[in-house]
Each structure stands twice: as structure tokens, then as C-alpha cells.
Design a protein around this ligand. Sequence first.
Ligand SMILES: [Fe+2]
Length: 214
Amino acid sequence: MTEQPGKEAERALHDLASGVVKAIQSRPDILHHQFVKVPDFSAAICDPHTTPHKGKTEALPQAYRFVDEIVALGRAAKTKEILAQFYAARDLLIWGHAPGYNVDTVGQTFLDNYCHALLTGPDGPLRCHSPLGAFVLFGPNTLYKDHSHAPNEVYLALTDGGQWRVGNRDWQELDAGETIFIPSESVHAIRTSSEPLLTFSFWLEPGEMNSIAI
Ligand SMILES: [Fe+2]
């Protein structure tokens, strides 16, 4: 029997999430040299009333224009399987910006060169209370300025060249496949090189995206 479209989507999203979690948990983070455990969300389901449909492109953020270039950049990366799964499932993800980000708080240039694609969480296509998990995409030569939030966070770099700064530490460059743990309320920033960047972020405890201090 053929799977219903909703079930196929749910399976693709769970496979994508499992790949990300496996990559995160397979190596210690570059700052603290500790393995980061991601909370279980195996019971998360696709809500058929809110799952996005293929071809619904009118709401895509400006930075979505970098998706093809990013996936091409990652063809030889350790993360190439996740990138291929991401590309195949891109129309199932929920694309947008953090709700408090607007011209006044982050500026138009940043809004045109940053976006996220939700995978898990209260508003994600894989619905669960926590963890909030999203791909985060940046254009080249972009600075995601200092910000902080209550949940602990882990980032997985999916392409090379991005740099993270946490608290008073120096900038740290992550290769594709490396992770960095951001402790609760730590001020952190991200900047890109002359190439666009794709990362994945999990908030390890429940939290509201509109409460990011930026
Ligand atoms: Fe963060």
C-alpha cells in the first residue's frame, strides 16, 4: 500500500531530523569539548492542517535565493547527505525570520541575507513542545549580531567557513560537521565569509523565539 502524502512527508522530516541529531551527537562541541545530547522528539508529528504544501513559494524569505548555491558548495562536505535530504525536503520546512526581527532591530540588509527553516518545535512541521530545531541560512559577508536567549543551544555547521563568537571568546570557525554549544543567556554572534552558510540550531529547552534579546 502506498503511504499517504502526509505520512511520506512526516517520514522525510523525521529522517532529516535523525540525520541532524546523529551528526550533532557524534562529536564533541568545539568550545567545551563535550558531547551535546538533543532532547527526544520522536513523538513529534506532522499536523495535516498546517503542513506546508509544495509549490507554496509566495512567503519564502529573500535569503532562500542562496539555497542552490549552498547545496552545491556542500557536495563534497561531510554533511553532504544531510544537505541532500535538506534540499529534497525544503518545501516541507517552514521558512521565515524570528518574529522580533525587523528593519528597526536588525536592519534590511540582514533581513535580506538571513532566514530560518523550521523543522521541529511548536511551529515546526514536526510539531512538538521542544526542542525547537531549525536550519539557519546566511548570505555571504553577513553578521548576525550579538544576541542571547534563555535556552541552551547547539549549532551544527552544514557548510564550511562560518564563524561563531560566544561571550568574550575569539571568533571560532566551524567546518561542516562541527558543532558549538551556546550556554543559556550567553551573548553570541555569527558571521560568514565570502560564501553563504547553512547551519542547524536546536534550542535544548523550551523557549519563545520572540524573546531573543538582540
Ligand atoms: Fe542563538
